[in-house]
Write a protein that binds this ligand. Structure first.
Ligand code: MG
Length: 382
């Protein structure tokens, strides 16, 4: 990076959005609009702008004014009938409010996946060479409508930001206005004024939100989920005169598990794993064994309730894996029914739930048939 440059960001949010069929700038990704995301990208770049000027349509004005009210050094101007007219209005506002030099970085707010690196490269280009225009090479073979090959190696796809020496781009836009030049980007205006453009490294990720089909791509990039792991473990004593309930299945056996609820140790371990993944405490906190409401209750209901608490916090279900440690009885014949019960209680696909059983090779209290233990991991996504 050259020495710190004085940057003025121009964010364009005055398009009609006709190709999107709705006002794309009102869309929200992870709770943030494209305008907000673009604003933040500049704030997080190596040269946070001294001022940000947003050129808006009437539809976007309230959103832009809210941003200007919440943040410092953000100004809103009316866009024009064309992209060029909007840029001209923004640059004129800067000129009229005393800007004489520095760098104007012009950016389509709909390119809200822009990174600090792409912005920094454009600004550095402008500082060193008078212009820095984010561009990328063409990956695909290109032909015209008649089938003639176009020389791909010489072609570049233009993105934004397009950053320029303020004085040069302002006078280029004044000239373009005088001549009635209508260009689709700033580079064309700059060239028409006789300047050679300098291209800087754009990014394949720096796409422009244009068509409804683009939305899933933007969602996938901007609404990334983080996996959250939880672990749960529980042991219950085996005793005569109790039912043996595991994974909601009443398993014929001479003994059953002792507990306040139905003592379904498998469900308890999994419930704790889910609560753990969501950092919501443990099963005892939510379903205390002093509470008469839970006496003899099916632990599938506790599992269902725990998952509802996590889901309320915004978690999505990833998967769960439970191992039951029991010397006897054999659990294999009941495994699929247990999985089905758990998946149904959680409202997830069967493939998301794994249940396994093992013995402890006759060692420990599980091996002696005194108790059954279950250990579970759950992955939630947030
Ligand atoms: Mg328990």
């Amino acid at each position: 990076m050259p020495p710190k440059a004085k940057v003025f960001a121009v964010l364009l949010a005055a398009g009609s959005g006709t190709r999107m069929g709705q006002n794309k700038i009102e869309l929200s990704f992870g709770g943030k609009t494209p305008l907000r995301l673009s604003y933040e990208a500049f704030q997080n770049s190596g040269n946070p702008p001294e001022r940000t000027v947003i050129a808006v349509s009437d539809a976007v004005r309230p959103q832009a004014e809210a941003l200007a009210a919440a943040e410092e050094n953000v100004f809103v101007v009316s866009g024009g009938a064309t992209r060029g007219a909007s840029v001209y209005n923004a640059l004129s506002f800067l000129k009229e409010t005393g800007v004489k030099d520095g760098i104007a970085a012009i950016h389509d707010a709909a390119r809200c996946l822009v990174t600090g690196a792409v912005i920094d490269a454009a600004v550095a280009g402008a500082a060193l060479h008078g212009s820095g225009i984010a561009a990328i090479p063409v990956r695909d073979t290109v032909r015209d409508g008649a089938g003639n090959d176009l020389p791909r190696d010489t072609l570049r796809l233009m993105q934004t930001p397009q950053a320029f020496d303020f004085g040069l781009i302002y006078s280029a836009y004044c000239e373009a206005k005088e001549k009635g030049l209508n260009a689709t980007d700033d580079c064309a205006v700059f060239r028409a004024a006789g300047h050679a453009p300098c291209f800087t490294e754009g990014s394949i990720m720096n796409q422009k939100l244009t068509y409804p089909e683009d939305i899933p791509f933007f969602r996938a990039v901007l609404e990334k989920t983080a996996p959250c792991i939880g672990y749960g473990e529980d042991t219950h004593v085996l005793q005569e005169g109790r039912k043996l309930i595991l994974g909601g299945v009443d398993i014929p056996y001479e003994k059953g598990l002792l507990g306040h609820s139905d003592a379904d140790v498998l469900c308890h371990a999994l419930t704790d794993a889910i609560l753990g993944a969501a950092a919501l405490g443990d099963i005892g906190r939510h379903f205390p064994d002093t509470d008469e409401r839970y006496r003899g209750i099916s632990s599938l209901l506790l599992l269902k309730e725990a998952w509802a608490l996590a889901a309320q916090k915004g978690f999505a279900f990833g998967n769960a894996d439970v191992t039951v440690v029991a010397q006897r009885p054999k659990l294999a014949p009941h495994m699929e029914t247990m999985r089905g019960n758990i998946a149904a209680a959680l409202g997830v696909a069967l493939e998301r739930v794994s249940i396994k059983a093992t013995t402890s090779e006759k060692m420990n209290d599980e091996g002696a048939g005194k108790c059954i233990t279950a250990r579970a991991v759950a992955m939630l996504l947030h």
